[in-house]
Write a protein that binds this ligand. Sequence first.
Ligand code: PEP
Length: 253
Amino acid sequence: MPRTKFVVGNWKMYTTIDQARDLAAAVVRDLGGEDRVRVAVCPPFPWLTAVAELVAHSPVELGAQNCYPANEGAFTGEVSPIMIREAGCRYVILGHSERRHGLGESDEFIRRKVRFALDTGLDVILCVGETLAEREAGQLHDVTSRQLTSALDGLERERVARRLTIAYEPIWAIGTGHNATPEQAQEAHRFLRDRLRGMFGEETAEAVPISYGGSVKPENAAAIMGQPDVDGALVGGASLKAESFLAIVWAAV
Ligand code: PEP
């Protein structure tokens, strides 16, 4: 069965509450009843419940940008998967490079989060990707394979097939304006799907969406998402305006 394209907006630490409301309302309005593509937005934590109300009864789904691997406890400043669920989220982004590299999150910590989020009923968008130095040193496969294996090894096939999205995000392309070429994206996505096949078998590998992230814009979205193993986009900067975000959504249809 062909995989439905999945376009996710990562609002990062941007928007005021008014901007978040306006953006969510515009995405809901302009998307209408479109169901040929799956669409989700991931606002900052404090705006989740407000955005949840705006996207309720629309095809737009809600995600959070992170979670902590515990239900509750003395973890000042952290947010649990249960809280995220209660706020109305279906998804959580884990392993984003801004957390791996900017905030020092380890493979092991991400592995724990993935399990905790899945156990709580959240679907996981797992980001993997290499730095420019790693790519230039020929380590693309080693690095992304290590990230994938560490996060997913030992999970049941069923969970991986139904509850997981991989986002291939080359770090040198995130927020830089320099996207991977469609061919570079396809090569990395095919490699990741082969790894999934090796770990979980053919059926699961074919079921898991692998989205591309890194300077996706209306101008490059169709070519990148037109590749056979690219199943959507994780969009940062261009998701902050409904017009550019929806243009990327339409490129996926
Ligand atoms: C991201 O936030 O995951 C991302 C890919 O950002 P940008 O689209 O701005 O490169």
